[in-house]
Design a protein around this ligand. Structure first.
Ligand code: NAP
Length: 242
């Protein structure tokens, strides 16, 4: 039976590396994105060129009804199948000191990481529970563990994601669904290209930013049978930066 993995924000950056790795691991990968169809098509083409398979499923994770509609339609097209792996990777940054932070910035960042996690996970959980098989990985952040100045919105969203992950892990443990988080430090992607890498990498004990593939390898492990007794955990991947 075909195994399906959904990666939200799978079109670019860390999500694209995760989607490619899961395809290489033998999953049919469902690549979600919000608006950049070009990047999503390129990611899918690269997967197919490498002998993997996948499909595109655009929806905005912040919109409850859009999420439900897209996943309902997917389920109608695949009446006998279900998505057993979910990687909640979609996220955005909108940094500002709190004193200047607009409500819109707060809501946008919370919407993508926290509400997105809730809407997509709630929808896919039912099938995982029924089949007694599931793997959920949330892409959190070092920012959600230690807090970073200028990122009160982002730190809050990622910390909340980790809290929800711990609660959910206990709710579904008996049903053989594991729920974990990954907390990357600085990783090369569009999200970090405006940062002063030369300065920031000095703060990392390994003196470099990480690569999306390094995060993808960790996610690949967490969704594999080798990680069957790991649940409710946050695994940092940050070159030693705390
Ligand atoms: P990125 O290169 O900016 O890519 C973000 C991805 O999320 C894109 O595929 C984007 O889709 C998608 N996305 C954003 N908002 C969405 C929405 N509302 N609905 C659906 N998809 C949406 O970011 P990245 O660096 O790869 O980050 C991936 C995840 O890792 C994020 O959760 C981020 O917070 C986390 N993270 C990143 C770092 C880092 O250093 N890069 C560190 C820690 C944690 P479109 O292409 O359509 O815009």
């Amino acid at each position: 039976m075909k195994k399906y993995a959904l990666v939200t924000g799978g079109s670019r950056g860390i999500g694209a590396a995760i989607a490619s790795q899961l395809a290489a691991d033998g999953y049919h990968v469902i690549i979600n994105y919000r608006s950049n169809a070009e990047a999503a098509k390129e990611t899918l083409q690269a997967i197919e060129a490498a002998g993997g398979e996948g499909e595109l499923l655009p929806f905005d994770v912040t919109e409850e009804h859009t999420v439900d509609e897209a996943l309902e339609q997917w389920e109608e097209r695949h009446p006998d199948e279900y998505i057993s792996v979910l990687v909640n990777n979609a996220g955005v940054r909108s940094d500002n000191l709190m004193v200047f932070m607009e409500t819109e910035q707060w809501n946008r960042v919370m919407g993508a990481s926290l509400n997105g996690f809730f809407f997509v996970t709630r929808r896919l959980l039912k099938n995982m529970i029924t089949h007694r098989n599931g793997r959920i990985v949330n892409i959190a952040s070092l920012s959600g563990l230690k807090g970073l100045p200028g990122q009160s919105n982002y730190s809050a969203a990622k910390a909340a994601m980790i809290g929800a992950m711990k609660a959910l892990a206990q709710e579904v443990a008996l049903r053989k669904v594991t729920v974990n988080a990954v907390a990357p430090g600085f990783i090369h992607s569009d999200m970090t290209k405006d940062l002063n890498e030369a300065e920031l990498k000095k703060t990392v004990p390994m003196h470099r930013f990480g690569e999306p593939q390094e995060v993808a390898d960790l996610v690949s492990f967490l969704v594999s049978p080798k990680a069957s007794y790991i649940t409710g955990q946050t695994i940092s991947i940050n070159g030693g930066l705390y």
